[in-house]
Design a protein around this ligand. Structure first.
Ligand code: SF4
Length: 151
């Protein structure tokens, strides 16, 4: 399971397949990471520095974190994509087709000037989260998406 949580300037990624439930995150930021709450991660409950510290202490790599850089990432199911915006300008997208076999992610791209900010990963996680919640299997034919989902 892949989940993306965003609040103010931070985006937190969680990959449940890697999570060892050792709760190092909860020890460092108990209000943010609460395994009995749904959703179990709530970025509104603690300062960004505390959350950053907790994510950095995750021993398994299940949690990762990035700044949002004031870039919005939105799901646009009518267009079969997630899209990233700087103000009104679209600066990246992750495209998919829903097939009988599953959600085929075939392209992810971000404008070069916005590279290295974690935006492409947010785009992929956005699509995967929605696909997983709808019970769809994710099939990444895009090499970037495949890398994100296997790292
Ligand atoms: S610290 Fe990482 S591995 Fe441990 S419970 Fe939290 S997310 Fe899972």
């Amino acid at each position: 399971m892949h989940r993306l949580y965003e609040h103010n300037d931070i985006a937190v990624f969680w990959d449940s397949d890697k999570c060892r439930y050792a709760a190092e995150c909860k020890k460092r930021s108990p209000m943010t990471f609460d395994p009995v709450r749904r959703p179990w991660i709530d970025l509104t409950k603690a300062p960004a520095e505390e959350i950053w510290d907790a994510v950095s202490a995750c021993p398994s790599g299940a949690l990762t974190i990035a700044h949002t850089h004031e870039i919005r990432v939105e799901m646009e199911e009518d267009n079969n994509r997630s899209a990233a915006y700087a103000g009104d300008r679209m600066i990246g997208e992750c495209n998919y087709n829903i097939t009988p076999s599953g959600w085929v992610i075939y392209h992810t791209g971000v404008d070069q000037e916005h590279g290295g900010k974690g935006i492409a990963k947010r785009l992929v996680y956005k699509v995967v989260e929605v696909a997983e919640k709808s019970g769809g299997k994710v099939i990444p034919t895009c090499s970037y998406a495949a890398k994100v989902l296997s790292e």
